[in-house]
Write a protein that binds this ligand. Structure first.
Ligand code: NAP
Ligand code: MG
Length: 472
């Protein structure tokens, strides 16, 4: 058990103002693996003051020097790759192989992209007789969730720092240990004191204090739609810049010409990854009526291969959910699916066989899901796939877009042009064509209720800039 009592403020680990603590639980063993301080408004004040004091210096630092520091941060994260993976497996429950490749690997890649972008970005442009300066927004308050805990930190911190902003991070209470590793990497990377500050704590206390703080110029939030709406209202009321990365209910559209086996198997894998706790997961699979029964059979068989197990075992592909509340929420949705008349073809609401502890949920597939059902409309955030039937391409477009969300999606067809034509009609921020490939430079963010703004790559950088125009 690691008992931590410091928070990273103004370039130092400082004790919290209050004496509250947060217990970090391993969701596979249900054991407490560490404690961190539960920060209060007083700690947020100290952190924001440090970020404000550091802002003029960092904003005036040459982009090449900022790029060098972000490069050093990337290297400091890379040096901790194994510790990061083990920590995320311990506090989130993600299988170790996935933690190594994604939870550790992806943020290292993203930090690397911003080391390059900070150096190459044009922070000035000429428009007619004007010179337009792209200046940092100021002090950023970042509030992040637990599902991709380090990625979501880096997807805010790296562009904010590249832009010349300073920041205060309030990470999720379920996954604060990897946030501490990030702060250690910041310290090692030689960023000036106060440029990055960490306050651990719970959302309604430390998170709310940060979002409301007068010294914060921009709030960048990733998490639930319910909290995102609150944060958006607070930011709107104070006329602050806001970026919101919220939920999704993305459609995986298998067009009639597609390689059905490939599309369905990859689609199932996409939903089961990270135990279904992925905002961009393709949780609605849309298949043409003629091939529907075949698709359901393939999906059920593919899902059954995700046997829940110990996340530290390299063979495990499906770990537990992050906490007991999320497990209850997800099994509640599975019960709702059954009671609303969907056909359970794999998994179910009961604990997996032979599992005595840990917040596990069985890999679950529903067939016969219709657009008005709760499981077709709401974000479940667990290993649960809904397979839906369409009659023709128009019907597929209508069902895919019949969602209050619009974060991601996929289209499969024999011909790429056919898939692209379909992708153009989707109301969503990203579409993977025939499996696609993750691109860390591609803008990520939502249409509709999935959010406001974009993360990653050059689009993610410009979120943290504001413009000043000089006329001659
Ligand atoms: P959440 O409450 O929205 O948590 C996200 C972050 O916001 C956490 O750091 C949280 O702190 C903080 N927060 C909570 N209440 C706050 C407040 N009043 N003011 C400021 N910050 C606040 O999400 P959750 O409860 O952990 O998860 C619930 C559901 O949200 C999931 O089932 C899923 O549907 C969705 N979700 C989506 C994403 C995504 O990537 N889009 C990520 C996570 C969850 P605490 O950690 O202390 O709560
Ligand atoms: Mg919460």
């Amino acid at each position: 058990m690691q008992a931590h009592n410091g928070m990273y403020i103004d370039g130092d680990w400082r004790p919290a103002a209050g004496d509250g603590t947060i217990e970090v639980v391993n969701p596979a063993t249900e054991e407490i693996i560490g404690t961190v301080p539960a920060g209060t408004a007083e700690d947020v004040d100290a952190a924001v003051a440090a970020a404000r004091a550091a802002l003029p210096g960092w904003a005036a630092t040459e982009p090449a020097e900022r790029a060098a520091r972000i490069g050093a941060l990337r290297d400091a994260l890379a040096a901790r790759r194994e510790t990061i993976a083990a920590t995320v497996t311990a506090e989130l429950g993600a299988p170790l192989s996935f933690s190594e490749a994604v939870h550790a690997g992806l943020p290292i890649t993203v930090a690397g992209t911003y080391a390059t972008l900070a150096a190459e970005h044009s922070f000035e442009e000429k428009l007619g007789t004007s010179r337009v300066l792209h200046e940092p927004v100021g002090v950023v308050g970042a509030i992040t969730p637990w599902n991709y805990p380090l990625h979501q930190i880096v997807a805010k911190a790296a562009p904010a720092l590249a832009a010349g902003c300073t920041m205060v991070l309030k990470p999720a209470e379920d996954t604060p240990l990897v946030a501490r590793l990030f702060a250690e990497a910041v310290a090692e990377a030689g960023l000036p004191a106060g440029v990055f500050n960490l306050v651990t704590g719970v959302g309604p206390v430390a998170g709310q204090a940060l979002a409301e703080h007068e010294g914060v110029d921009m709030v960048s939030f990733t998490g639930s739609t319910a909290v995102g709406r609150r944060i958006g209202a607070i930011a709107g009321g104070a006329i602050k810049r806001v970026a919101l990365e919220l939920g999704g209910k993305s459609a995986n559209v298998v067009l009639p010409s597609a390689d059905l086996v490939k599309a369905v198997k990859i689609g199932v894998g996409n939903v089961m990854a990270n135990a279904g706790q992925t905002c961009s997961a393709w949780t609605r699979m849309l298949v043409h009526a003629d091939r529907y029964d075949e698709a359901v059979e393939i999906a059920a068989a593919a899902a059954a291969k995700y046997v829940p197990g110990d996340p530290t075992d390299p063979a495990t592909r499906l770990g537990p959910l992050v906490n007991a509340a999320q497990r209850e929420r997800v099994t509640g949705y599975i019960r709702t699916g059954i009671s609303e008349g969907a056909d359970l073809v794999a998994g179910g609401p009961d604990a997996p066989e032979g599992v005595e502890r840990g917040y596990y949920v069985r890999p679950t597939v529903f067939a016969g899901v219709t657009p008005e059902m709760t499981i077709a409309r709401e974000e479940i955030f667990g290993p649960v796939l809904s397979v839906m039937r369409y009659e023709d391409v128009e019907d597929a477009v209508r069902i895919a877009n019949d969602s209050s969300y619009g974060l991601a999606g996929a289209v499969w067809a024999a011909d790429e042009a056919e898939a692209v034509a379909f992708a153009r009609r989707l109301q969503t921020g990203q579409v993977d064509v025939n499996g696609g490939r993750f691109n860390p430079l591609a803008p990520f963010g939502g249409y509709k209720r999935s959010g406001v703004g974009r993360e990653l790559g050059p689009h993610g950088l410009t979120e943290y800039l504001q413009t000043k125009s000089l006329q001659f």
